[in-house]
Write a protein that binds this ligand. Structure first.
Ligand code: GTP
Ligand code: MG
Length: 198
């Protein structure tokens, strides 16, 4: 994948603040701290386009990014927009924040015309949590194309990776799962391929 440009567009919580519908959009969701912003940066080939943090719950707004990419040399460039969503499952947050998250995400998932695919990232070391299964089912029930990704797989030995990928695919009940690591940058081309064919 050739990345011509990648830039932050804006942050929003409510639909009236979203950038106008435009390029097809891919939303990144998953538990807090799972590595959504890191995965987005890995795809964009940029170190800190989206803010990465050790502290869970760092991303509290929906952050939009516009990219111009080309599949391979000689092909026309295409535009794609990424939406980095705030994570779920940050247990120490107050109840009212959970409700805020729910409303923000629900409005986005149900109302966003341009939304073409949902990338659900799961911690490859920890395995799928009940909230991840819920997220996948929710996305599917709204009619979205869901791309499941197991990230942070660099934490596992090579032998354990494929075992764990099979296990997580089973837990999520999805036909395919992309094996990924932002740190070691594997799975990046696979995910790009899935995004562009979604
Ligand atoms: P929130 O926005 O807070 O929900 O987090 P996030 O899902 O955007 O996660 P973020 O990308 O900020 O990464 C969280 C932490 O995990 C950081 O310390 C990252 O360096 C680390 N991390 C992310 N991806 C990987 C990966 O593939 N492998 C390893 N080993 N660490 C990773
Ligand atoms: Mg983030």
């Amino acid at each position: 994948m050739i990345i011509h440009s990648a830039e932050f567009v804006k942050s929003a919580t409510a639909p009236r603040d979203y950038p106008p519908d435009g390029p097809r959009e891919v939303a990144f969701c998953g538990r807090s701290n799972v590595g959504k912003s890191s995965a987005l940066n890995a795809l964009a080939g940029r170190k800190s386009l989206a803010r990465v943090s050790r502290t869970p719950g760092r991303t509290r707004l929906i952050n939009f990014f516009d990219l111009q990419v080309t599949k391979e040399k000689g092909r026309a460039a295409q535009e794609i927009r990424f939406a980095d969503l705030p994570g779920y499952g940050y247990a120490s947050g107050p109840k009212s924040e959970t409700a805020q998250w729910q409303e923000m995400i629900e409005q986005y998932l149900t109302g966003r015309e341009s939304l073409a695919a949902l990338v659900v990232l799961v911690d490859g070391d920890l395995g799928a949590q009940p909230s991840d299964v819920e997220m996948v089912r929710w996305g599917e029930s709204l009619g979205h194309r869901v791309l499941a990704v197991a990230t942070k797989l660099d934490k596992l030995s090579r032998q354990r990776r494929s075992q764990q990928v099979d296990k997580i695919a089973g837990q999520l009940a999805v036909p395919s799962l992309i094996a990924f690591s932002s740190k070691e940058r594997f799975g990046v081309e696979d995910l790009w391929h899935a995004l562009l064919s979604a």
